[in-house]
Design a protein around this ligand. Structure first.
Ligand code: GLN
Length: 242
């Protein structure tokens, strides 16, 4: 089996180790003998997303988000088609904001998003920074996600589901305890850190979804993740105490 992972704007959206998510996806596929091709999708490149099995967006500053927002206009039609067809997507922070309707900067400028997530983001004076623990509910499984967040944007969900409930930290907006957003196989989240090496369950949800979409029923073997799980437990214990 083989997966093609699309890395959106790797030169513009890559904050706080977000590239580590690509490395984690690649490694977890290789450990299962699944071939991986990483396709970098940059501004100005024409992409129809038909041969992309899994798509990743990292975070970026307002300046970079503006450039990406302009470029997404030409990619929007094909990207939405692939998402509606079930392509799994992971988008972090600035990338997450760009999948929503818009991101309104502190100066009041609206940076247009794809509008695939029924959510909008408004910048605030206070940056929401720190370690974060989230309780996620996905596919009838409950598990913790740990990470680090750093954003000024506050995201508000309308008619869409959060990825989980904030236990420690701010999440979408620091007000309603919601973190991230899920639509079809699209996951938006504020968790940098990077997210996937710290939370292998999330990496495997993306990989398994991509494989079943491409190959139908597959035999998806679990990996030995005891070190990752111990690290996560230590993280949770440490920050729950404070
Ligand atoms: N510019 C956005 C914000 O501060 C996104 C930042 C990020 O991706 N970390 O809200």
């Amino acid at each position: 089996m083989k997966l093609t992972i699309g890395h959106m704007y790797p030169d513009l959206l890559n904050l706080y180790g977000d590239r580590g998510n690509i490395i984690a996806l690649k490694k977890r596929c290789e450990w299962r003998k699944i071939d991986v091709e990483i396709k970098e999708i940059k501004a100005g490149i024409n992409e129809n997303f038909a041969d992309i099995d899994l798509l990743f967006f990292g975070g970026g500053s307002d300046r970079e988000q503006k450039i990406v927002s302009e470029d997404l206009k030409s990619k929007k039609k094909n990207l939405i088609k692939a998402i509606e067809d079930g392509m799994p997507v992971l988008a972090i922070c600035g990338g997450y904001q760009l999948l929503g309707e818009y991101y309104k900067t502190l100066e009041g400028n609206k940076i247009e998003g794809l509008g695939i997530l029924d959510a909008y983001t408004v910048a605030s004076n206070k940056r929401l920074i720190g370690n974060i623990v989230v309780e996620a509910h996905l596919f009838n499984k409950k598990f913790y996600l740990v990470g680090f967040e750093n954003h000024s944007g506050k995201t508000f969900l309308r008619n869409c589901s959060p990825l989980g409930t904030v236990i420690i930290g701010y999440g979408n907006n620091g007000e309603d305890k919601k973190e991230g957003c899920v639509y079809k196989n699209v996951y938006g989240t504020y968790l940098h850190g990077p997210l996937l090496p710290k939370n292998p369950e999330m990496a495997d949800i993306l990989i398994e979804t991509a494989l079943s979409r491409k190959y139908g029923k597959i035999n998806f073997e679990p990996l030995e993740d005891s070190i990752e799980q111990r690290a996560k437990e230590a993280f949770i214990k440490r920050f729950m105490k404070k």
